[in-house]
Design a protein around this ligand. Structure first.
Ligand SMILES: *Cc1c(COP(=O)(O)O)cnc(C)c1O
Length: 351
């Protein structure tokens, strides 16, 4: 059992709403969002639509529901959709893309870098003049940043090439932008520059931005109107949701803070490398480390009060706004076995 205070690097979803956010939530002006649109929800949706360069947007309780609604809007039963191997829609949404949206998933290999594929790979899977009895490819799913590739960033020029390859092949494009904000901050471009040409984009408020609940699905007005029906069908229509949207509005103001998380991730990666860990240099806030035995490594980290998550072949550390820069040094000291806690001294990490 850990006796030291835990430094929780499992995910950027573990953040607590701070006092200011709780005050904003309690003061929110609200209405019935299912009947006639909660005013604070509307404000959040308008703000996000503008930020990502879309006509309209829809608040959803989770990124998973945002992606699902998008896939349900784009796919007919049996339609094939393309996504990078390891994408959240393929690996972490419990098969809802197939089960509820009826899609036939096709993973694209990482031919252009971690979590990234090339325009040729999209063209190769397109079926523009396939006969009626052939499987039809309908949709390309992008993910920026790519979570399981360690927060890998797709820059705007590469994004544009992928989107135009998809469009030329008659495909729709959905962008899973759960961490689009991180990509935008890392590249120093507006989020809209990374959503150019897509039909729909899903962005999370409850990750690095620190809201307790919520994502937003944005797209053209007609699609978003239809998405509102699908959200209701899935049980995602909420009533006085302004309480939650108020947290989202405040969260958006904190986007620039993500730069601190990115710097912290780089320091953590550098420190781990010095300690002999095999670490991928992070582009954003996710640090992947290869370890011989994930279970053993996590247990040893836990002993010194550093919490990380399991990934295939390694462990994942995610920096976020509730882990201050000083805790990165502290985590590294603990990992190197120099922590002055009894339990840590008894169980130094040797991963
Ligand atoms: C977290 C995440 C989601 C889903 O968000 P939830 O709110 O946890 O459902 C979708 N895509 C990516 C890439 C994510 O990292």
């Amino acid at each position: 059992m850990t006796t030291v205070r835990a430094i929780d690097l499992r995910s950027d979803t573990v953040t607590q709403p701070d006092e200011m956010m709780r005050v904003a939530m309690s003061a929110a002006e609200v209405g019935d969002d299912v009947l006639d649109h909660d005013p604070t929800m509307r404000r959040l949706e308008d703000e996000v639509a503008a930020l990502v360069g879309m006509e309209a947007a829809l608040w959803v309780p989770s990124g998973t529901m945002g992606n699902l609604i998008a896939l349900m809007l784009h796919l007919n039963r049996g339609d094939r959709f393309l996504a990078a191997r390891g994408s959240h829609v393929l690996e972490a949404e419990l098969g809802s893309a197939a089960w509820l949206a009826g899609g036939m998933p096709h993973p694209l290999e990482w031919t252009a870098g971690p979590g990234r594929f090339a325009a040729e790979d999209v063209r190769a899977m397109a079926t523009p003049s396939a006969p009626y009895y052939a499987l039809r490819t309908r949709l390309l799913c992008l993910e920026n940043t790519h979570n399981f590739a360690g927060g890998a960033v797709t820059p705007p020029d590469e994004h544009a090439r992928l989107v135009s390859a998809a469009k030329e092949a008659g495909l729709r494009v959905h962008l899973d932008g759960a961490r689009l904000w991180n990509a935008a901050v890392a590249l120093g471009v507006p989020p809209a520059a990374l959503a150019v040409g897509v039909d729909t984009v899903q962005v999370c408020l409850s990750k690095g931005l620190g809201a307790p609940v919520g994502s937003v699905l944005a797209g053209p007005s007609a699609l978003v109107r239809e998405g509102r029906r699908v959200r209701k069908m899935l049980g995602g229509g909420v009533r006085q949701g302004g309480v939650l949207a108020a947290a989202g509005i405040l969260a958006l103001e904190r986007m620039a803070d993500l730069e601190v998380d990115h710097a912290n991730a780089r320091s953590l990666a550098d420190g781990l490398t010095e300690l002999g860990w095999a670490v991928v240099r992070p582009e954003t806030n996710i640090v992947l480390a290869e370890v011989p035995d994930t279970r053993v490594a996590l247990a040893m980290l836990d002993q010194v009060g550093v919490l990380a998550a399991a990934v295939p072949g390694g462990v994942r550390f995610v920096t976020h706004r509730d882990v201050p820069t000083s805790d990165i040094g502290e985590a590294l000291r603990r990992i190197s076995g120099q922590v002055s806690g009894r339990s840590a001294a008894e169980h130094p990490v040797r991963a």
